[in-house]
Ligand binder design. Structure first.
Ligand SMILES: Cc1cc2nc3c(=O)[nH]c(=O)nc-3n(C[C@H](O)[C@H](O)[C@H](O)COP(=O)(O)OP(=O)(O)OC[C@H]3O[C@@H](n4cnc5c(N)ncnc54)[C@H](O)[C@@H]3O)c2cc1C
Length: 592
């Protein structure tokens, strides 16, 4: 037992998931929550038909405009005819419930749609994605019935397009530092002042979810619905960006905008929670998009490698090219596996999936960057030319590790949220030791739980097993994840004992811990998926096993290195070198 599993667990009658138990936080305590990892989820039968219809029509619509994407990228805009087409296909209403005239798709199906569109064009995915994943997600999650009735039908039809306004010039990763302010007036209305930057869909939107500092409770944040038509709202010119250029990005400013009392979204003072919930819930949209981008790269690269000749052979005959295409495929399968695992958690009503969602975002976005780079490398000189799609794919994918949470911030989040429960269990133990004299039974209980866990880690007896869930051919791989789960728990424990609350300043250690958690959760998601493929008698099972083996071998090497370097590393040299360089503000050496 542990701090996570000790809390009452809520089991979903439909999926069997433990809805209040985080699979990843449990790994930090040495536990593999079988129910949340196996079997691999399936797409809901009742929405299969709608999903296939949407995929088919969106796919054809985008394929017909294949030659326009590069032009729109140059022009930094999507034409009205294109946006109208998206509206006509109902694409702004993908996740809006049917009662509000949307298509009511699940998160899993929605991410699958974005995956399909990203095979054609990232900017197209982003226009849809920023509207659904973040622009109006706050309304879906926190809106009152009245607010939903007022806006959702118009958002579903695309009559209103939505955007999410959190970032400011002085508040990016540190979103809570924002300065936009909403002051409540005597009549219950609010006056809003401030400026947001880099708002995706800014130039198209009529509906903004805006975060502002409100008075009371030490100036906490609150969320508001703001319509573009309200006096004082101004949208800046289109930003010219490196990639996703056809997607609209602008500033949005507010000068004495009067908001009706009913514009408050969610509880007053809970704006930060609203923002974080929206971002967590929306992460699989971005992950789905990244998976689609990778599929496009794999298609392009395999075709290119097959037809391009060098030294009298096809590129695909060369070992180094084979390795690239195989790795791109492993990355794509792994990202797909973890993104849909997380989408399933969200769809099942899970209440503690933020760590898993962060992992899916970090892994899928970084896998897309690697894949895009390799696709360009295979196409080499041609890849560098605008005539080919590769350079646009590289430019478009670069944003993925920056917006909706940078990779750095999300890694820190993954490590801290995982370690929190370990810290709590250490605190429990301390309290148990103190309490043993006052309340021996309580104290003893805490100690037995704790020592039981320690014993489990040390002896490896009775450890959580997943081998029974996977096919014979993947037993060794399952053992790898079992072993490293215990190692993660053991070393996190050591780290916390060593640094206590000062762990917060040990970012390089936290990054290693996060990377181990990422490899564990992604790897187990891959095994779970392959196990389900075998159970279903999938024809494509054989190479899925190869993928699981390749991923696990790499993950094992990475985990081993990361865990070893938690205790023995060169962090001091790294940080002091940086301090020196930043102080000099230059590279101070030369060879003359
Ligand atoms: C094209 C585009 C579209 C966007 N769309 C939207 C949108 O629709 N709505 C919206 O609200 N925002 C949007 N953003 C903003 C985006 O979410 C932010 O850019 C992002 O949160 C990072 O903030 P920043 O750029 O200010 O980086 P900073 O916060 O200045 O970070 C700079 C670097 O430092 C790192 N860093 C920061 N803090 C720490 C720390 N504590 N420890 C270690 N490293 C740290 C970061 O990871 C990053 O590498 C968009 C941005 C772009 C470029």
């Amino acid at each position: 037992m542990n701090a996570v599993l000790e809390t009452p667990t809520l089991e979903s009658p439909d999926t069997g998931l433990l809805l209040d138990t985080s699979a990843v936080k449990s790994l930090f305590l040495g536990h593999m929550v079988q129910q949340n990892l196996f079997p691999y989820p399936k797409i809901r039968e009742e929405e299969r038909e709608t999903l296939e219809m949407v995929l088919d029509s969106f796919d054809r619509f985008l394929a017909e405009r294949k030659d326009s994407f590069a032009k729109w990228d140059d022009a930094a805009a999507q034409p009205e005819e294109f946006l109208q087409g998206l509206r006509d296909m109902g694409l702004f209403g993908l996740i809006i419930p049917e009662e509000y005239e949307g298509l009511g798709l699940s998160n899993a199906a929605y991410s699958r749609v974005l995956s399909q569109s990203s095979r054609h064009d990232s900017s197209s995915s982003l226009t849809i994605g920023a509207h659904s994943s973040i622009g109006m997600k706050g309304l879906l999650l926190f809106g009152t019935d009245e607010q939903k009735a007022q806006y959702l039908p118009r958002l579903a039809s695309g009559e209103m397009i939505a955007a999410f306004c959190l970032t400011e010039a002085g508040a990016g990763s540190d979103a809570a530092a924002l300065k936009t302010r909403a002051v409540r007036n005597d009549d219950g209305t609010w006056t809003l002042n401030g400026e947001k930057i880099w708002v995706t869909n800014g130039g198209l939107a009529d509906f903004f979810t805006v975060f502002a500092r409100t008075e009371g409770e030490a100036g906490k944040l609150s969320a508001f619905i703001v319509e573009k038509s309200w006096p004082g709202v101004a949208v800046g010119p289109t930003e010219h960006k490196m990639g996703i250029r056809a997607s609209s990005t602008t500033t949005v400013s507010f000068a004495d905008v009067i908001l009706p009392a009913g514009a408050l979204l969610g509880p007053e003072g809970k704006g930060f929670k609203v923002a974080m919930e929206v971002l967590n819930n929306g992460r699989t949209g971005l992950g789905g998009g990244a998976v689609g981008g990778m599929k496009a790269c794999i298609e392009l690269s395999s075709q290119y490698a097959k037809q391009r000749k060098a030294f009298g052979q096809n590129l695909s005959d060369f070992g180094l090219i084979k390795k690239k295409i195989a790795r791109m495929t492993v990355d794509c399968f792994a990202a797909e596996s973890v993104v849909w695992m997380v989408a399933h958690y969200i769809d099942s009503g899970h209440t503690d999936y933020s760590t898993e969602a962060a992992i899916s975002k970090v892994f899928a976005s970084e896998a897309m960057l690697r894949t895009a780079n390799e696709a360009m490398q295979i196409a080499a000189g041609n890849g560098y030319m605008k005539e080919y799609p590769y350079e646009r794919i590289v430019r478009d994918s670069r944003i993925l590790t920056i917006f909706e949470g940078t990779s750095e911030i999300l890694r820190l989040f993954i490590a801290l949220s995982g370690m929190k429960d370990v810290g709590d269990s250490l605190k429990d133990m301390k309290a148990g030791v103190q309490g043993i004299f006052n309340n021996p039974i309580k104290g003893f209980g805490v100690l037995t739980d704790y020592t039981g866990r320690r014993l489990t880690q040390i002896t490896s007896l009775g450890r959580d097993r997943i081998v029974a869930n996977v096919p014979d051919s993947l037993q060794d791989e399952a053992l790898v994840y079992e072993k490293y789960t215990l190692e993660l728990a053991r070393l996190t424990d050591v780290l916390l004992r060593r640094h206590g609350k000062h762990i917060i300043g040990k970012q390089l250690s936290m990054q290693r811990v996060a990377d181990v958690a990422i490899d564990l959760f992604v790897g187990i998601s891959v095994l779970s998926r392959v196990a389900s493929m075998q159970a279903d008698g999938s024809e494509k099972y054989e190479f899925a096993v190869t993928i699981a083996k390749l991923f696990t071998q790499d993950a094992k090497r990475r985990m081993n290195q990361n865990l070893r370097r938690l205790l023995k590393n060169e962090d001091e040299g790294t940080t002091s070198l940086c301090d020196y360089i930043v102080n000099e503000e230059a590279y101070p050496w030369d060879i003359i």
